[in-house]
Design a protein around this ligand. Structure first.
Ligand code: G
Ligand code: G
Ligand code: MN
Ligand code: NA
Length: 254
């Protein structure tokens, strides 16, 4: 079975599943959000992760079909948790630049919000800075449109793309997610510490919240707190888990 064939079957038969990874505010370890990460659930076949299958879908054009499903499913799950009286903060979904390029993201997101009844300010879109730069013109209008109804925009893998920081002015960015490559060697690595500190103060000066990704140790978390980083995500808290397990992290709605 080729990967291409497996993916076609998975889209037809709904064999994808969303896992969730929690984001916490460092100061009080309060849950502030969940990142939805897609998994391929085809028992009996060799496991394959999104890093391998997303590029195939980008290549064959089916990334928009996956993106539509991810958006609908995240919105449906979010609404279901709210209806149970559970608070997840925001749900973030990842947008591939190819999805943005092929268009209709705006309509797709609006339709999913409307169909599910999830409030728009409970949804966040993650896009890499390279993705934003690549899709500049096209993305600018629809991201401002979505922002105007409350949808948040996070820059994923911040610090790794070739980009001019001017996009921070041009796009309605609400969150910077510091790439885990800068976090891995903290607290020991002096230049990573400098870079992370610079990203944190940039975020603060621009009124954009900052999350450190890939936090695996208490030592990294303590150091990030010292540097003034607001929130964190990583294996220290949890790996991405299925919705049934993520449910246990959610406090009651206030
Ligand atoms: O979850 P994991 O570490 O295996 O993710 C690997 C990569 O796949 C990450 O870059 C992540 O952003 C991407 N990814 C995970 N889920 C989705 C998704 O639903 N849509 C898109 N476009 N990318 C995703
Ligand atoms: O590119 P993006 O940030 O969307 O990638 C998310 C992926 O990063 C998740 O699928 C998850 O598997 C991976 N990830 C999340 N936390 C950690 C971590 O603490 N350490 C490592 N090595 N990978 C992580
Ligand atoms: Mn992400
Ligand atoms: Na990231």
């Amino acid at each position: 079975l080729t990967l291409d064939t497996r993916l076609r079957r998975a889209l037809e038969q709904r064999e994808f599943e969303l896992y969730y990874q929690p984001l916490y505010r460092i100061a009080d370890r309060r849950l502030i959000g969940l990142e939805a990460l897609v998994r391929l659930n085809q028992p009996g076949l060799p496991p394959v992760g999104p890093a391998d299958f997303i590029p195939v879908l980008e290549e064959n054009g089916q990334i928009t079909a996956l993106g539509a499903w991810v958006t609908q499913e995240a919105c449906r799950q979010g609404r279901a948790w709210l209806d149970e009286g559970l608070d997840f903060g925001r749900i973030a979904i990842n947008l591939s630049p190819q999805e943005v390029r092929r268009g209709q993201t705006d309509e797709r997101v609006r339709a999913a919000l409307q169909a599910s009844g999830l409030p728009a300010d409970r949804l966040e879109l993650e896009i890499t800075e390279s993705g934003l730069m690549e899709q500049g013109e096209r993305a600018e209008a629809f991201l401002h449109n979505l922002r105007s109804i409350g949808v948040q925009l996070a820059i994923d893998d911040f610090g790794t793309g070739y980009s001019s920081l001017a996009y921070l002015k041009r796009f309605p960015v609400s969150k910077l997610k510091i790439d885990r490559g800068f976090v891995r060697d903290l607290p020991g690595d002096v230049s990573d510490a400098q870079l992370v500190q610079t990203m944190i103060s940039m975020g603060r000066n621009l009124g954009i919240s900052v999350v450190a990704e890939g936090v695996e140790t208490e030592a990294q978390l303590d150091y990030l707190h010292e540097l003034g980083c607001e929130s964190a995500q990583g294996y220290l808290f949890s790996k991405p888990r299925p919705a049934s397990e993520a449910r246990a992290w959610l406090p009651r709605l206030a």
